[in-house]
Design a protein. Structure first.
Length: 164
């Protein structure tokens, strides 16, 4: 039986519908979600690190108590190290392997945490990819995808095959 134009168009439409159902969570590498609160960005010095929705690096503060659901960084500290906050719930891309949670700060805002560590920006980081807060006072660290502190440079090496 010869295929008709109507038959072909019906198969094409069904295929597109099925592809939409199998498409993942927002496209991009690793099933990335373009509106996720916490994302992953590759850094040439520190490997894959967590970033906020604007692509700026996120940090943890060793003076916080992991899992306490509160921040030790308030007042002037929070001006220099603004917390990552959300209205409602937080989300993460598939590349984030640490558990993303939130808690209420003393000022009533909702701060995002990964594996119990509250997350912060650094005011001197002006652009996505900046990590000028890394290692400040030996207590501020960029955050790995599992929510742990990255305290040393990555051991990855550049190859002729391309960037890190």
């Amino acid at each position: 039986m010869a295929a008709t134009r109507r038959h072909f168009l019906g198969i094409a439409a069904a295929s597109l519908g099925l592809a939409g159902c199998l498409g993942g969570s927002g496209g991009g590498a690793g099933g990335s979600n373009s509106d996720a609160t916490v994302r992953v960005r590759s850094n040439t010095d520190y490997g894959d690190i967590l970033v906020g929705p604007d692509g700026r690096s996120l940090y943890l503060f060793e003076q916080d108590e992991r899992g306490a659901g509160e921040s030790s960084c308030t007042g002037g500290c929070a001006e220099a190290w603004p917390p990552l906050t959300v209205d409602g719930s937080a989300s993460a891309t598939d590349a984030v392997t640490g558990e993303v949670t939130t808690f209420e700060r003393d000022d009533g805002s909702t701060q995002v945490a990964v594996n119990g560590w509250p997350l912060y920006y650094f005011q001197s980081d002006e652009s996505p990819g900046d990590v000028t807060g890394q290692g400040v006072n030996d207590v501020w660290w960029v955050v790995a995808t599992d929510g742990s502190a990255v305290t040393a440079k990555s051991t990855r090496t550049k190859t002729d095959a391309g960037p890190y």
